[in-house]
Design a protein around this ligand. Structure first.
Ligand SMILES: Cc1cc2nc3c(=O)[nH]c(=O)nc-3n(C[C@H](O)[C@H](O)[C@H](O)COP(=O)(O)OP(=O)(O)OC[C@H]3O[C@@H](n4cnc5c(N)ncnc54)[C@H](O)[C@@H]3O)c2cc1C
Length: 409
């Protein structure tokens, strides 16, 4: 039986970042990845607060050298009124995190995984984890090529939720049942203030939908529409027709897509917002999407996964120091993950509230509110100085402008 200190299921950004951090601690690490890379994955706009983590793993320079577009901010537009605001990361509460990247995930995930391999991580690929069991002393992962025994299993299997699925712990968010249709296009009109920025367009009072537009260095642009599942079903359209109709109906998107040519096919996903009852247990932890995934309006997925990898690496280091891999040893990790998810959920609920959206796109008049929003958009979610975080989390996403005005001016 193969043996190592830590087994990781999943070689996406969360898995390879966690593996790199553990390898740097001197741990023997084995990643099991089902797919052959490079492979397509959605999740292409990154956040500034991942940068420090990739600096720590030593991969940041390689990301720069690969020539990805440097993203300086995010622009939000209200489709009906065309009111809009651009949030520049350099203007956050913390001015040290001014940029991120826009990436096609196929080469990007490959780059992160290759980096982990170079640090000594054993990558078993393509290989699927088909089962897991736990004893008092070990976590044992089953694969078609035999078993792997380690002190701890880290589930970083993304929305496939290897452990949550087997534990019956995957909980779909009832009020965020969404569907998305998306593709890569040539000849899309990009953000006028800075062509490197992501654009998010919010549309519809009851349809609760939005578009993304993410530019890539090769001249193509990722464009997607997200809408309530019910609205999509009522339309009676297939994904490609739904995508085309949504674009044609949009004041902000139709002019940008007038000359657009689709490269490849329109893809689709649905019901992608969920959580699980627990993020850690005896000899296992969940990292990234494997534990929870939230509506991607704020491009938070890769950041939350890499941040969880960083927090997990700290918790695992402490667990090895006292040889305790129990749920109790990971209680603080569990609390940190819950906090991060809660912050983004509150922010997302606020985004679907028209009053907050209005405040967002007119926040230039209220500098502290704009700084606070910018920090959230950058991924600065553990910043206790950000009063908007404490406000939104205490309200569960409900929003009263007068209260925020009293707090942030
Ligand atoms: C519509 C949409 C738009 C999004 N936009 C953004 C965005 O702009 N920015 C952003 O940051 N995020 C975005 N995301 C989220 C992003 O896709 C994820 O949060 C991110 O990929 C999570 O990384 P991860 O490493 O946790 O999981 P993944 O990237 O999903 O990696 C998990 C890996 O585990 C492997 N695996 C699964 N099961 C097994 C098994 N049994 N055995 C072996 N291997 C296995 C898979 O093959 C996969 O490679 C978006 C998501 C959606 C649905």
């Amino acid at each position: 039986m193969r043996q190592c200190d830590v087994t990781i299921i999943g070689g996406g950004p969360g898995g390879s970042t966690l593996a790199a951090l553990l390898a740097k601690q001197g741990r023997s690490v084995c990643i099991i990845e089902r797919d052959t890379f490079p492979r397509f994955r959605i999740g292409e706009s990154l956040l500034p607060f991942s940068i420090d983590i990739w600096r720590e793993t030593g991969v940041l320079q390689k990301i720069h050298d690969a020539g990805y577009i440097v993203k300086n901010g995010a622009r939000f537009v209200v489709d009906e009124s065309l009111e809009e605001e651009c949030f520049w990361f350099r203007n956050g509460l913390d001015t040290d995190h001014p940029y991120a990247f826009q990436v096609q995930r196929a080469p990007f995930d490959q780059l992160l995984l290759d980096h982990a391999r170079e640090l000594g991580v054993e990558v078993l690929q393509p290989l699927e984890a088909t089962g897991a069991r736990f004893t008092a002393d070990a976590a044992i992962v089953e694969t078609p090529q035999g078993e792997i025994q380690s002190k701890l299993l880290c589930d970083v299997s993304g929305r496939w939720t290897f452990l949550s699925g087997r534990q019956g712990q995957r909980r779909i968010h009832p009020s965020h049942r969404k569907v998305t249709a998306f593709g890569h296009f040539r000849n899309v009109v990009r953000c006028e203030q800075d062509p490197a920025n992501i654009i998010i367009v919010r549309f519809g009072e009851t349809r609760m939908g939005w578009f993304w537009l993410i530019p890539f260095a090769d001249g193509t642009t990722s464009v997607g529409v997200v809408a309530d599942v019910g609205y999509f079903k009522d339309s009676g359209l297939g994904p490609a027709e739904f995508f085309n109709k949504s674009i044609a109906d949009s004041r902000a998107m139709a002019p940008r897509m007038k000359q657009a040519e689709l490269c490849g096919a329109i893809r689709t996903e649905s019901d992608f917002s969920f959580t699980s009852d627990h993020h850690a247990g005896d000899r296992w932890i969940k990292v990234g999407d494997a534990g929870a995934f939230i509506d991607p309006i704020f491009s938070s997925g890769v950041f939350l996964s890499t941040k969880a990898a960083e927090l997990a690496a700290g918790a695992i280091k402490a667990a090895f120091a006292i040889n305790d891999f129990s749920a109790a040893a990971f209680a603080e990790y569990e609390a940190q993950i819950r906090h991060g998810t809660k912050v983004f959920w509150a922010f997302i609920d606020a985004f679907y509230n028209r009053d907050f959206l209005k405040q967002m796109v007119t926040s230039r008049r209220r500098p502290l509110l704009q700084k606070s929003i910018t920090s959230l958009l950058a991924g600065d979610i553990y910043n206790q100085k950000n009063q908007l975080i404490s406000y939104l989390t205490s309200k569960g996403g409900a929003y009263a402008d007068k209260e925020v005005e009293a707090l942030l001016g």
